[in-house]
Design a protein around this ligand. Sequence first.
Ligand code: C2O
Length: 501
Amino acid sequence: KTVTYDFSVTWTKGNPDGQYERKVIGINGQWPIPQIDVDLGDRLVINFHNGLPDQDSSLHFHGLFQNGTTFMDGPAMVSQCPVPPGMNITYDFIVDQPGTYWYHSHVKGQYPDGIRGAFIVHDPQGPYKNSYDAEIILTLSDWYHEQMPVLAKRFISYLNPTGAEPVPQSALMNDSQNITLAVKPGKTYMVRMVNMAAFAAQYVWFEEHTMKVIEIDGIYTEPMDADMLYLTAAQRVSVLITTKNDTSKNYAFMGSMDQDLFDKVPDGLNPNVTGWLSYNSNAPLPAALPVPEFKPLDDMLLIPYSRIPLLPPADLTVTLNVTMSNLGDGANYAFFNGLTYVRPQVPTLFTALSVGDAATNPLVYGRDTVPHILPHMQIIDIVVNNQDPGKHPFHLHGHVFQTIFRSSDDAGNFEGHLESEYPKVPMIRDTILAPPGGHVVLRFRADNPGVWLFHCHLEWHLLSGLVTTFIEAPMELQRNTTIPENHRALCVKRGILMEGN
Ligand code: C2O
């Protein structure tokens, strides 16, 4: 079937932490923005209108491969021109992956001002479909009282030479600081968690209820029990929670921002958000929980339900060394191999489609896009050497990857590894935490021609340039891609493309 949404983004008001009302970007005058719900195999059509008078916009569907539809991916100046005020774009594609996703603006640092919501692909044939009675969506996020353009300007500035990221005022669950989930006794719930934060990872745990992980980032896993989870910005984890038979009592659950991410923890910051599993509306709600002893589940232990084996050894290894330092303007930037990403003048996809055979030459994309060419169907290893003392959640568009190795903190650069020592059935996801001072090795097959970003999903580091562009199978892409007219029109309007060209 076809599912259609008409979305107009506009300014509205919000006060999710109950402390401060501010302007937020909503959809159709509503904030929090609507959840997108589709069934596996549906065609999704979103008629998107930018009703903001003062900002460009776009939508990205985080975690969807967009196989054959790379121009529907959404990042501004990568696969489309941003939508200027008053203009429209139609996103139109088949959703052929089940699970828990989210959607967000992919223009500068826009989404933390409000354009981020859950995107659920229901799967009537899923392996766990008979294992639960109902679904609950639990979004996690962080919240700033100031607007992103203001914060961004202060962040990228000679007045902030260390690159200290703005610290959010509050942690949120379901865009609130006060959430009650009504549950029935003796039932099993599938709780889909999505961290839509700009910055903060969250620890999540439930009072006296064990979580059984069954999905991460749209990948079903073998069930695994967890007392606590850790979700970086952009990660999703679905769990089964079975309720107690006794309804005399209610239980708390907690989200707690990882304060290791913050350069300086402001006085009086409350890093926590408390929610309640409500069995009995007459019983009291318990107090916030203390931070427990237990450790969060290590996602490297999770085994995909599909049991897809380790891919063959890489044909091509892309090594990305992460550093941070100042440029001539005195502001702090982030670098992959000494290059900080700058948005090109023409969307990279349009370049890939218009330069003929030169599309396999990284130089045509401009070095500030930090381009890497991935030959069609080759096995790619991405080695991220995180030479920075901070944690970074890296996300690859257009793919999931096998995480075949992750070092401990401060382990230094990757120096090779025996194939036989990689897990036989590696964990798979689309956003991975790179340890401070250590490294991760990610493996995937270049089976999705397109232009795909790989970036740190801390919105601050997207702004400071921790972004690289993968140009995957450009010749195959040229053979099979026609950009829709209304996408081209955005670039014509901006004077980037000529009419009829
Ligand atoms: Cu959530 Cu570049 O994406």
